[in-house]
Design a protein around this ligand. Structure first.
Ligand code: HEC
Ligand code: HEC
Ligand code: HEC
Ligand code: HEC
Ligand code: HEC
Length: 246
Protein backbone atom coordinates (compact mmCIF):
# COMPACT_ATOMS: atom_id res chain seq x y z
CA UNK A 1 0.00 0.00 0.00
CA UNK A 2 1.34 3.47 -0.77
CA UNK A 3 1.70 5.97 2.04
CA UNK A 4 -1.10 8.10 0.61
CA UNK A 5 -3.47 5.14 0.36
CA UNK A 6 -2.55 4.13 3.87
CA UNK A 7 -3.27 7.60 5.22
CA UNK A 8 -6.61 7.76 3.42
CA UNK A 9 -7.55 4.35 4.62
CA UNK A 10 -6.78 5.20 8.23
CA UNK A 11 -8.64 8.47 8.27
CA UNK A 12 -11.76 6.92 6.83
CA UNK A 13 -11.59 4.25 9.51
CA UNK A 14 -11.41 6.93 12.17
CA UNK A 15 -14.81 8.27 11.19
CA UNK A 16 -16.52 4.87 11.26
CA UNK A 17 -18.48 3.96 14.39
CA UNK A 18 -17.24 1.03 16.41
CA UNK A 19 -19.23 -2.09 15.52
CA UNK A 20 -19.22 -5.23 17.60
CA UNK A 21 -15.54 -5.71 17.84
CA UNK A 22 -13.80 -9.03 18.28
CA UNK A 23 -10.38 -7.41 18.82
CA UNK A 24 -11.48 -5.81 22.04
CA UNK A 25 -13.80 -8.60 23.12
CA UNK A 26 -10.96 -11.08 22.99
CA UNK A 27 -8.00 -8.90 24.03
CA UNK A 28 -9.65 -7.50 27.12
CA UNK A 29 -10.03 -11.01 28.56
CA UNK A 30 -8.73 -11.13 32.14
CA UNK A 31 -7.24 -14.57 31.51
CA UNK A 32 -4.35 -12.91 29.63
CA UNK A 33 -3.25 -11.27 32.85
CA UNK A 34 -1.80 -14.65 33.76
CA UNK A 35 -1.45 -16.41 30.41
CA UNK A 36 0.24 -13.65 28.44
CA UNK A 37 1.06 -10.69 30.57
CA UNK A 38 2.77 -8.72 27.84
CA UNK A 39 -0.32 -8.95 25.67
CA UNK A 40 -2.50 -7.92 28.58
CA UNK A 41 -0.25 -4.94 29.26
CA UNK A 42 -0.87 -3.65 25.73
CA UNK A 43 -4.59 -3.75 26.33
CA UNK A 44 -4.20 -2.00 29.68
CA UNK A 45 -2.09 0.71 28.15
CA UNK A 46 -4.68 1.40 25.52
CA UNK A 47 -7.62 1.25 27.89
CA UNK A 48 -8.82 4.75 28.81
CA UNK A 49 -6.54 6.43 26.27
CA UNK A 50 -7.62 9.42 24.18
CA UNK A 51 -7.86 6.99 21.27
CA UNK A 52 -10.29 4.73 23.06
CA UNK A 53 -12.35 7.74 24.07
CA UNK A 54 -12.37 8.90 20.45
CA UNK A 55 -13.92 5.56 19.42
CA UNK A 56 -10.88 3.99 17.81
CA UNK A 57 -10.24 0.29 18.11
CA UNK A 58 -7.26 -1.99 17.66
CA UNK A 59 -8.03 -2.46 13.96
CA UNK A 60 -7.98 1.31 13.37
CA UNK A 61 -4.21 0.98 13.52
CA UNK A 62 -3.45 -2.72 13.16
CA UNK A 63 -5.98 -3.73 10.53
CA UNK A 64 -7.32 -7.28 10.67
CA UNK A 65 -10.96 -8.26 10.66
CA UNK A 66 -12.95 -7.21 13.74
CA UNK A 67 -16.00 -9.18 12.60
CA UNK A 68 -14.19 -12.50 12.74
CA UNK A 69 -14.31 -14.09 16.16
CA UNK A 70 -11.49 -16.63 15.79
CA UNK A 71 -7.96 -15.42 16.41
CA UNK A 72 -6.43 -16.50 13.09
CA UNK A 73 -9.29 -15.08 11.04
CA UNK A 74 -9.33 -11.82 13.00
CA UNK A 75 -5.58 -11.40 12.52
CA UNK A 76 -5.84 -11.84 8.73
CA UNK A 77 -3.50 -9.56 6.85
CA UNK A 78 -1.68 -8.22 9.91
CA UNK A 79 2.03 -8.05 9.17
CA UNK A 80 4.85 -8.35 11.71
CA UNK A 81 6.43 -5.04 12.62
CA UNK A 82 9.71 -6.02 10.98
CA UNK A 83 7.98 -6.26 7.58
CA UNK A 84 8.59 -3.06 5.59
CA UNK A 85 4.91 -3.14 4.60
CA UNK A 86 3.73 -3.04 8.21
CA UNK A 87 2.18 0.29 9.25
CA UNK A 88 4.47 0.06 12.28
CA UNK A 89 7.71 -0.61 10.50
CA UNK A 90 9.85 2.19 11.98
CA UNK A 91 9.87 4.25 8.82
CA UNK A 92 6.10 4.02 8.41
CA UNK A 93 5.13 5.10 11.90
CA UNK A 94 4.98 8.86 11.22
CA UNK A 95 2.73 8.28 8.20
CA UNK A 96 0.55 5.82 10.09
CA UNK A 97 -0.04 8.21 12.97
CA UNK A 98 -0.02 11.19 10.63
CA UNK A 99 -2.88 9.67 8.62
CA UNK A 100 -5.12 10.97 11.39
CA UNK A 101 -2.86 13.79 12.61
CA UNK A 102 -1.92 15.42 9.29
CA UNK A 103 -1.16 18.90 10.67
CA UNK A 104 1.40 17.41 13.04
CA UNK A 105 2.88 15.15 10.39
CA UNK A 106 3.35 18.14 8.11
CA UNK A 107 5.47 19.82 10.77
CA UNK A 108 7.33 16.68 11.74
CA UNK A 109 8.35 16.08 8.14
CA UNK A 110 10.26 19.34 8.22
CA UNK A 111 12.31 18.32 11.25
CA UNK A 112 15.85 17.00 11.55
CA UNK A 113 14.30 14.04 13.35
CA UNK A 114 12.32 13.00 10.31
CA UNK A 115 15.35 13.40 8.10
CA UNK A 116 17.36 11.15 10.43
CA UNK A 117 14.57 8.60 10.63
CA UNK A 118 14.31 8.40 6.86
CA UNK A 119 18.06 8.30 6.28
CA UNK A 120 19.21 5.91 8.99
CA UNK A 121 16.35 5.09 11.32
CA UNK A 122 18.16 6.84 14.18
CA UNK A 123 15.72 9.62 14.94
CA UNK A 124 12.73 9.44 17.27
CA UNK A 125 9.33 8.66 15.78
CA UNK A 126 5.91 9.51 17.15
CA UNK A 127 5.92 6.55 19.54
CA UNK A 128 9.32 7.40 21.03
CA UNK A 129 7.64 10.31 22.75
CA UNK A 130 3.98 9.30 22.94
CA UNK A 131 4.12 5.58 23.53
CA UNK A 132 2.35 3.26 21.15
CA UNK A 133 -1.09 2.95 22.56
CA UNK A 134 -1.81 5.32 25.36
CA UNK A 135 -1.42 8.65 23.53
CA UNK A 136 -0.39 10.45 26.62
CA UNK A 137 1.56 13.63 26.29
CA UNK A 138 4.25 12.64 28.73
CA UNK A 139 5.07 14.78 31.75
CA UNK A 140 8.17 16.93 31.38
CA UNK A 141 10.54 14.73 33.36
CA UNK A 142 9.73 11.74 31.19
CA UNK A 143 10.08 13.70 27.97
CA UNK A 144 13.40 15.00 29.21
CA UNK A 145 14.60 11.49 29.90
CA UNK A 146 13.54 10.35 26.44
CA UNK A 147 15.43 13.24 24.78
CA UNK A 148 18.47 12.56 26.92
CA UNK A 149 18.72 9.05 25.52
CA UNK A 150 20.13 10.57 22.34
CA UNK A 151 20.99 14.14 23.38
CA UNK A 152 23.65 13.99 26.06
CA UNK A 153 27.29 14.88 26.67
CA UNK A 154 28.45 11.42 25.78
CA UNK A 155 26.87 11.31 22.32
CA UNK A 156 27.68 14.98 21.83
CA UNK A 157 24.47 15.25 19.82
CA UNK A 158 23.17 18.70 20.78
CA UNK A 159 23.13 18.00 24.54
CA UNK A 160 21.69 21.48 25.15
CA UNK A 161 18.32 20.61 23.62
CA UNK A 162 17.33 18.52 26.62
CA UNK A 163 17.32 21.55 28.93
CA UNK A 164 15.75 23.68 26.24
CA UNK A 165 12.96 21.15 25.84
CA UNK A 166 12.30 21.32 29.56
CA UNK A 167 12.03 25.11 29.44
CA UNK A 168 9.77 25.12 26.42
CA UNK A 169 7.49 22.46 27.86
CA UNK A 170 7.15 24.29 31.14
CA UNK A 171 6.08 27.34 29.17
CA UNK A 172 3.52 25.20 27.39
CA UNK A 173 2.30 23.90 30.74
CA UNK A 174 2.06 27.42 32.00
CA UNK A 175 0.11 28.47 28.90
CA UNK A 176 -2.14 25.48 29.41
CA UNK A 177 -2.85 26.65 32.96
CA UNK A 178 -4.14 29.99 31.62
CA UNK A 179 -6.04 28.12 28.95
CA UNK A 180 -7.90 26.12 31.59
CA UNK A 181 -8.59 29.29 33.57
CA UNK A 182 -9.94 31.01 30.47
CA UNK A 183 -12.17 28.06 29.69
CA UNK A 184 -13.66 28.31 33.15
CA UNK A 185 -14.30 32.06 32.95
CA UNK A 186 -15.60 32.06 29.38
CA UNK A 187 -18.01 29.31 30.31
CA UNK A 188 -19.25 31.10 33.38
CA UNK A 189 -19.95 34.27 31.36
CA UNK A 190 -21.39 32.21 28.52
CA UNK A 191 -18.86 33.14 25.88
CA UNK A 192 -17.71 29.70 24.65
CA UNK A 193 -16.79 31.00 21.17
CA UNK A 194 -14.00 33.02 22.77
CA UNK A 195 -12.08 29.80 23.36
CA UNK A 196 -11.55 29.21 19.63
CA UNK A 197 -8.83 31.81 19.44
CA UNK A 198 -7.15 30.48 22.56
CA UNK A 199 -7.17 26.86 21.40
CA UNK A 200 -5.95 27.89 17.99
CA UNK A 201 -3.00 29.81 19.44
CA UNK A 202 -2.10 26.92 21.73
CA UNK A 203 -2.51 24.29 19.02
CA UNK A 204 -0.31 26.27 16.62
CA UNK A 205 2.57 26.16 19.06
CA UNK A 206 2.13 22.46 19.86
CA UNK A 207 2.10 21.66 16.14
CA UNK A 208 5.16 23.81 15.62
CA UNK A 209 6.93 21.94 18.44
CA UNK A 210 7.01 18.92 16.11
CA UNK A 211 9.35 20.76 13.75
CA UNK A 212 11.99 20.91 16.53
CA UNK A 213 13.19 24.33 15.48
CA UNK A 214 13.94 25.46 19.01
CA UNK A 215 15.43 28.81 18.06
CA UNK A 216 12.03 29.94 16.85
CA UNK A 217 9.98 27.82 19.19
CA UNK A 218 11.50 29.22 22.41
CA UNK A 219 10.32 32.79 21.78
CA UNK A 220 7.00 31.60 20.35
CA UNK A 221 6.23 29.66 23.51
CA UNK A 222 7.09 32.72 25.57
CA UNK A 223 4.80 34.93 23.47
CA UNK A 224 2.01 32.42 23.88
CA UNK A 225 2.25 32.55 27.67
CA UNK A 226 2.18 36.36 27.56
CA UNK A 227 -0.82 36.41 25.23
CA UNK A 228 -2.90 33.98 27.25
CA UNK A 229 -1.94 35.64 30.50
CA UNK A 230 -3.17 39.02 29.32
CA UNK A 231 -6.46 37.52 28.12
CA UNK A 232 -6.80 35.81 31.48
CA UNK A 233 -6.16 38.96 33.47
CA UNK A 234 -8.62 40.88 31.30
CA UNK A 235 -11.48 38.46 31.84
CA UNK A 236 -10.66 38.18 35.52
CA UNK A 237 -10.87 41.96 35.84
CA UNK A 238 -14.13 41.99 33.95
CA UNK A 239 -15.52 39.36 36.31
CA UNK A 240 -14.59 41.18 39.46
CA UNK A 241 -16.34 44.38 38.36
CA UNK A 242 -19.70 44.77 40.10
CA UNK A 243 -21.45 45.66 36.80
CA UNK A 244 -20.38 42.45 35.10
CA UNK A 245 -23.20 40.38 33.66
CA UNK A 246 -24.27 37.39 35.78
C1 HEC B 1 -10.10 -14.83 19.89
C2 HEC B 1 -9.10 -13.96 20.44
C3 HEC B 1 -8.48 -12.85 19.58
C4 HEC B 1 -9.09 -12.04 18.67
C5 HEC B 1 -10.53 -12.05 18.19
C6 HEC B 1 -8.09 -11.08 18.26
N1 HEC B 1 -6.90 -11.34 18.87
FE1 HEC B 1 -5.14 -10.36 18.62
N2 HEC B 1 -4.16 -11.74 19.73
C7 HEC B 1 -4.75 -12.75 20.45
C8 HEC B 1 -3.73 -13.51 21.14
C9 HEC B 1 -3.98 -14.72 22.04
C10 HEC B 1 -2.49 -12.94 20.79
C11 HEC B 1 -1.09 -13.38 21.26
C12 HEC B 1 -0.30 -13.98 20.18
C13 HEC B 1 -0.87 -15.28 19.69
O1 HEC B 1 -1.29 -16.11 20.49
O2 HEC B 1 -0.97 -15.43 18.45
C14 HEC B 1 -2.80 -11.82 19.92
C15 HEC B 1 -1.86 -10.99 19.37
C16 HEC B 1 -2.15 -9.80 18.72
C17 HEC B 1 -1.18 -8.82 18.30
C18 HEC B 1 0.33 -8.91 18.49
C19 HEC B 1 1.00 -9.37 17.23
C20 HEC B 1 0.95 -10.84 17.07
O3 HEC B 1 0.49 -11.29 16.01
O4 HEC B 1 1.38 -11.56 17.99
C21 HEC B 1 -1.86 -7.79 17.73
C22 HEC B 1 -1.27 -6.52 17.15
C23 HEC B 1 -3.27 -8.14 17.76
N3 HEC B 1 -3.42 -9.36 18.36
C24 HEC B 1 -4.27 -7.35 17.27
C25 HEC B 1 -5.58 -7.81 17.07
C26 HEC B 1 -6.59 -7.10 16.28
C27 HEC B 1 -6.36 -5.78 15.57
C28 HEC B 1 -7.73 -7.82 16.32
C29 HEC B 1 -9.06 -7.55 15.66
C30 HEC B 1 -9.04 -7.31 14.23
C31 HEC B 1 -7.43 -9.01 17.14
N4 HEC B 1 -6.14 -8.95 17.56
C32 HEC B 1 -8.34 -10.02 17.41
C33 HEC B 1 -6.10 -12.99 20.50
C34 HEC B 1 -7.07 -12.41 19.69
C1 HEC C 1 -3.06 4.46 17.59
C2 HEC C 1 -2.68 3.22 16.97
C3 HEC C 1 -2.85 1.95 17.76
C4 HEC C 1 -3.99 1.44 18.29
C5 HEC C 1 -5.39 2.05 18.31
C6 HEC C 1 -3.64 0.16 18.86
N1 HEC C 1 -2.30 -0.07 18.68
FE1 HEC C 1 -1.28 -1.75 19.18
N2 HEC C 1 0.45 -0.91 18.55
C7 HEC C 1 0.56 0.32 17.96
C8 HEC C 1 1.95 0.58 17.64
C9 HEC C 1 2.50 1.85 17.00
C10 HEC C 1 2.68 -0.56 18.04
C11 HEC C 1 4.18 -0.76 17.88
C12 HEC C 1 4.79 -1.01 19.18
C13 HEC C 1 6.18 -0.59 19.42
O1 HEC C 1 7.00 -0.50 18.50
O2 HEC C 1 6.41 -0.37 20.60
C14 HEC C 1 1.70 -1.48 18.61
C15 HEC C 1 2.00 -2.74 19.14
C16 HEC C 1 1.07 -3.64 19.65
C17 HEC C 1 1.36 -4.96 20.18
C18 HEC C 1 2.74 -5.62 20.24
C19 HEC C 1 3.06 -6.04 18.85
C20 HEC C 1 3.95 -7.22 18.74
O3 HEC C 1 4.27 -7.51 17.57
O4 HEC C 1 4.29 -7.82 19.76
C21 HEC C 1 0.19 -5.52 20.60
C22 HEC C 1 -0.03 -6.88 21.23
C23 HEC C 1 -0.85 -4.54 20.34
N3 HEC C 1 -0.29 -3.40 19.77
C24 HEC C 1 -2.16 -4.75 20.61
C25 HEC C 1 -3.16 -3.81 20.46
C26 HEC C 1 -4.52 -4.01 20.89
C27 HEC C 1 -5.07 -5.26 21.54
C28 HEC C 1 -5.19 -2.85 20.60
C29 HEC C 1 -6.63 -2.53 20.91
C30 HEC C 1 -7.04 -2.72 22.28
C31 HEC C 1 -4.24 -1.95 19.96
N4 HEC C 1 -3.01 -2.56 19.90
C32 HEC C 1 -4.54 -0.68 19.50
C33 HEC C 1 -0.47 1.18 17.67
C34 HEC C 1 -1.79 1.01 18.02
C1 HEC D 1 -7.44 6.22 12.97
C2 HEC D 1 -7.06 7.56 13.37
C3 HEC D 1 -5.90 7.75 14.31
C4 HEC D 1 -4.66 7.17 14.23
C5 HEC D 1 -4.14 6.17 13.20
C6 HEC D 1 -3.88 7.76 15.30
N1 HEC D 1 -4.64 8.67 16.00
FE1 HEC D 1 -4.03 9.77 17.59
N2 HEC D 1 -5.91 10.53 17.82
C7 HEC D 1 -6.97 10.25 16.98
C8 HEC D 1 -8.16 10.93 17.50
C9 HEC D 1 -9.54 10.90 16.84
C10 HEC D 1 -7.76 11.60 18.68
C11 HEC D 1 -8.62 12.42 19.65
C12 HEC D 1 -8.94 13.77 19.09
C13 HEC D 1 -7.71 14.59 18.96
O1 HEC D 1 -7.08 14.91 20.00
O2 HEC D 1 -7.32 14.90 17.82
C14 HEC D 1 -6.33 11.36 18.84
C15 HEC D 1 -5.54 11.89 19.85
C16 HEC D 1 -4.16 11.71 19.95
C17 HEC D 1 -3.31 12.39 20.90
C18 HEC D 1 -3.74 13.48 21.86
C19 HEC D 1 -4.04 12.97 23.22
C20 HEC D 1 -4.53 14.09 24.10
O3 HEC D 1 -4.53 13.85 25.29
O4 HEC D 1 -4.91 15.17 23.59
C21 HEC D 1 -2.03 11.92 20.72
C22 HEC D 1 -0.78 12.32 21.49
C23 HEC D 1 -2.09 10.98 19.63
N3 HEC D 1 -3.40 10.87 19.18
C24 HEC D 1 -0.99 10.30 19.14
C25 HEC D 1 -1.05 9.33 18.13
C26 HEC D 1 0.07 8.47 17.75
C27 HEC D 1 1.45 8.53 18.37
C28 HEC D 1 -0.38 7.67 16.76
C29 HEC D 1 0.36 6.56 16.06
C30 HEC D 1 0.88 5.47 16.88
C31 HEC D 1 -1.77 8.02 16.51
N4 HEC D 1 -2.14 9.02 17.36
C32 HEC D 1 -2.58 7.42 15.54
C33 HEC D 1 -6.95 9.47 15.85
C34 HEC D 1 -5.88 8.69 15.44
C1 HEC E 1 10.50 14.10 20.31
C2 HEC E 1 9.20 13.95 20.91
C3 HEC E 1 7.95 13.93 20.07
C4 HEC E 1 7.80 13.35 18.84
C5 HEC E 1 8.84 12.63 18.00
C6 HEC E 1 6.44 13.54 18.49
N1 HEC E 1 5.77 14.22 19.47
FE1 HEC E 1 3.80 14.72 19.48
N2 HEC E 1 4.06 15.83 21.16
C7 HEC E 1 5.22 15.87 21.90
C8 HEC E 1 5.04 16.79 22.99
C9 HEC E 1 6.08 17.08 24.08
C10 HEC E 1 3.71 17.33 22.84
C11 HEC E 1 3.05 18.44 23.64
C12 HEC E 1 2.47 17.99 24.88
C13 HEC E 1 1.71 19.10 25.53
O1 HEC E 1 0.63 19.44 25.02
O2 HEC E 1 2.19 19.58 26.54
C14 HEC E 1 3.11 16.66 21.73
C15 HEC E 1 1.78 16.82 21.31
C16 HEC E 1 1.15 15.99 20.38
C17 HEC E 1 -0.27 15.92 20.13
C18 HEC E 1 -1.33 16.68 20.88
C19 HEC E 1 -1.68 17.89 20.12
C20 HEC E 1 -2.64 18.78 20.84
O3 HEC E 1 -3.33 19.51 20.11
O4 HEC E 1 -2.69 18.78 22.08
C21 HEC E 1 -0.47 15.01 19.12
C22 HEC E 1 -1.79 14.58 18.49
C23 HEC E 1 0.84 14.52 18.74
N3 HEC E 1 1.79 15.14 19.51
C24 HEC E 1 1.05 13.59 17.73
C25 HEC E 1 2.31 13.26 17.24
C26 HEC E 1 2.55 12.53 16.00
C27 HEC E 1 1.47 12.01 15.08
C28 HEC E 1 3.90 12.40 15.88
C29 HEC E 1 4.69 11.77 14.75
C30 HEC E 1 4.44 12.30 13.41
C31 HEC E 1 4.51 13.04 17.04
N4 HEC E 1 3.52 13.56 17.82
C32 HEC E 1 5.87 13.09 17.30
C33 HEC E 1 6.38 15.16 21.65
C34 HEC E 1 6.67 14.48 20.46
C1 HEC F 1 16.45 8.33 18.89
C2 HEC F 1 17.34 9.44 19.11
C3 HEC F 1 16.72 10.80 19.40
C4 HEC F 1 15.80 11.11 20.37
C5 HEC F 1 15.11 10.18 21.36
C6 HEC F 1 15.62 12.55 20.30
N1 HEC F 1 16.38 13.08 19.31
FE1 HEC F 1 16.53 15.04 18.77
N2 HEC F 1 17.81 14.57 17.29
C7 HEC F 1 18.29 13.31 17.02
C8 HEC F 1 19.17 13.37 15.88
C9 HEC F 1 19.93 12.18 15.28
C10 HEC F 1 19.22 14.73 15.47
C11 HEC F 1 20.02 15.34 14.30
C12 HEC F 1 21.29 15.93 14.85
C13 HEC F 1 22.17 16.48 13.77
O1 HEC F 1 22.36 15.82 12.77
O2 HEC F 1 22.67 17.60 13.97
C14 HEC F 1 18.35 15.46 16.38
C15 HEC F 1 18.12 16.83 16.33
C16 HEC F 1 17.38 17.54 17.24
C17 HEC F 1 17.21 18.99 17.24
C18 HEC F 1 17.83 19.96 16.24
C19 HEC F 1 19.15 20.44 16.78
C20 HEC F 1 19.74 21.49 15.88
O3 HEC F 1 20.09 22.56 16.41
O4 HEC F 1 19.85 21.22 14.68
C21 HEC F 1 16.40 19.30 18.29
C22 HEC F 1 15.93 20.69 18.73
C23 HEC F 1 16.04 18.05 18.95
N3 HEC F 1 16.66 17.00 18.29
C24 HEC F 1 15.23 17.96 20.05
C25 HEC F 1 14.86 16.76 20.66
C26 HEC F 1 13.96 16.67 21.80
C27 HEC F 1 13.34 17.85 22.49
C28 HEC F 1 13.84 15.36 22.10
C29 HEC F 1 13.00 14.73 23.18
C30 HEC F 1 11.61 15.13 23.26
C31 HEC F 1 14.64 14.62 21.15
N4 HEC F 1 15.24 15.50 20.30
C32 HEC F 1 14.74 13.25 21.13
C33 HEC F 1 17.97 12.15 17.70
C34 HEC F 1 17.08 12.06 18.73
Amino acid sequence: MTAAALALNLSSLAAAPRPSDSCIDCHKDEKFRVQNHKLYAYYQEWSGSAHEQAGLSCWSCHGGDPKATGKEAAHTGMLPQSDPGSPFHYKNIPKTCGGCHPAILERFEKSRHYEQLEARGRGPSCITCHGSLNTRAYPITIVERSCAKCHNEKTGNHPEVTTQAKEILSRLNHANGYRKGLKFYYKSINRPGAMDKVDQAYGDVVRFWHEFDFKKLGPRAQDLVAELKSLYLAVQREQSEPTAKP
